[in-house]
Design a binder for this molecule. Structure first.
Ligand code: NAD
Length: 333
C-alpha cells in the first residue's frame, strides 16, 4: 500500500485525493495547502490531517507518493517548489499539467527526479483511455503502416485572461502529448494564433508540425467554444490505414486503406468509461496506472506519461509561442 499525500487542494487536488482514497494500491495520509481554509476543508472532506506547509507534511508523514496539484501563473508556476521538495524527500511524484509554465524549471524537475531515482509522472490524462490505448495497439500491430499525418483539434471554453499564452501553455500539454504518443517527437513547429472577439489573449491557435520521423501534423486549439458537445478529435493516418479517436474515450474507428470494412470501438453504455464518470475517469485511469507502475517497480524512465513527456510537450509549446512572435518556423530544441 502506497502512503500518498496531495499538495494543492483546489478542485483538481480534491479530485486527486478522492481517487487516491478509492485506489486499492494507495492510502491517502495527508493533504496540504498554503490556504488554511482550503487545507482544512479538504482534510475534513477526506478524513486525513491538514498541513499548511509542504515540507512539514513530507517530514511528518514520509509518504511514498506525492500528488502535486498546485497551479499558479499560467496554471503551472507553483508546481516547482513542492515538486522539488517531494523529490528531495524521496517521493514518487505525480504532478498536474502543465509540468511548469517555465521550460528551465521543468527541466530541473525532470533532472532532479532522474538523479534521485524516483518515478515522476504528469497527469497527461488524455492518453489514458481504453480507446486511446487501442489506437496505439493498432499502430503497434502495423495496421497503419508507415506514418503520414496527424490532425488533432481540441476546444473548450475558458474565459481566463491572466496571460497572453495561457491557452497555448495550459491547454495544449494534452494535445501535444497525444500527438507525441502516436507520432513521436516533434522536430519543428509553425503557429498562427488569434484573439477571439472580446478577448485580449491568444485564445485560438493553429499549429503545423513536422515530426522527427518525417510525418506531418496539424493541431487546432481554442479556449472560445462553450462546453456541451465533444471537445477533442484525433486522426492519425499511415500508408495502410487511418484511425479517428473521438473525445479520447468515446469511440475510435480504424479505416483500413482500400478496404470498405472498418473497425469501430465504442465505449460501452454499461460498465464503460462514460458510465464510470466520463472525463473524471481519465483521471482515475491515469492515477491508477501511476500507482500500478510504482508498485510494480517499473523503472522511472519507463513511466507512462512521464515528467520527460511533460517537458517535451512544453518545449513544443515554447517553440509555437516563438513562432507566433517571430512569424516563422521554429525548431524544437
Ligand atoms: N489534467 C487535467 O485535465 C486538468 C484539468 C484542470 C486543471 N488541471 C491542472 O490542475 C492544477 C490545479 O488546478 P486547480 O483549478 O485546482 O487550481 P487552484 O489554483 O484552484 O488550486 C491550487 C491550490 O494550490 C495551492 N498551492 C499553491 N502553492 C502551494 C504550495 N507550495 N503548497 C501548498 N499549496 C499550494 C493554492 O493555495 C491553491 O489552493 C493546474 O496546474 C491545472 O493546470 C488539470
Amino acid at each position: 500500500m502506497l502512503r500518498t499525500c496531495v499538495i494543492g487542494m483546489g478542485p483538481i487536488g480534491n479530485r486527486h485525493a478522492r481517487i487516491y482514497r478509492e485506489a486499492e494500491l494507495a492510502e491517502l495520509v495527508g493533504v496540504c495547502d498554503i490556504d488554511r481554509e482550503r487545507a482544512d476543508a479538504a482534510a475534513e472532506r477526506h478524513g486525513v490531517p491538514a498541513f499548511y506547509d509542504a515540507q512539514q507534511m513530507l517530514d511528518a508523514l514520509q509518504p511514498d507518493v506525492c500528488g502535486i496539484c498546485t497551479g499558479g501563473y499560467e496554471y503551472g508556476s507553483d508546481h516547482y517548489a513542492p515538486t522539488m521538495q517531494a523529490i528531495e524527500a524521496g517521493c514518487h511524484v505525480l504532478g498536474e499539467k502543465p509540468i511548469s509554465n517555465d521550460v528551465a524549471e521543468a527541466q530541473r524537475m525532470v533532472e532532479a527526479a532522474r538523479q534521485r531515482g524516483v518515478c515522476y509522472g504528469i497527469n497527461l490524462n488524455h492518453r489514458f483511455t481504453p480507446a486511446a490505448r487501442l489506437a496505439r495497439q493498432w499502430m503497434g500491430e502495423g495496421l497503419l503502416g508507415d506514418l503520414l499525418f496527424v490532425n488533432l483539434a481540441m476546444w473548450i471554453f475558458n474565459p481566463a485572461e491572466s496571460s497572453p499564452w495561457f491557452h497555448i501553455k495550459a491547454l495544449h500539454p494534452h494535445t501535444v502529448d497525444l500527438m507525441r504518443y502516436y507520432c513521436g517527437d516533434v522536430e519543428s513547429v509553425q503557429c498562427f494564433a488569434m484573439k477571439a472577439p472580446g478577448r485580449s489573449i491568444w485564445s485560438t491557435a493553429q499549429f503545423n508540425m513536422r515530426f522527427v520521423n518525417g510525418a506531418v501534423g496539424s493541431l487546432t486549439g481554442s479556449y472560445d467554444i462553450a462546453r456541451g458537445h465533444p471537445m477533442e478529435r484525433c486522426e492519425v493516418a499511415g500508408t495502410k490505414g487511418r484511425f479517428v479517436l473521438e473525445d479520447m474515450w468515446r469511440q475510435v474507428t480504424l479505416y483500413p486503406a482500400g478496404d470498405p470494412v472498418k473497425r469501430v470501438y465504442t465505449d460501452p453504455v454499461f460498465g464503460g468509461f462514460e458510465s464510470g464518470g466520463g472525463f473524471e475517469q481519465t483521471f482515475r485511469e491515469r492515477i491508477f496506472t501511476f500507482l500500478r507502475q510504482v508498485s510494480e517497480g517499473v523503472p522511472p524512465r519507463q513511466i507512462d506519461g512521464s515528467g520527460a513527456d511533460g517537458l517535451a510537450a512544453q518545449k513544443v509549446l515554447a517553440a509555437a509561442i516563438e513562432s507566433v512572435e517571430k512569424q516563422t518556423v521554429v525548431k524544437v530544441t
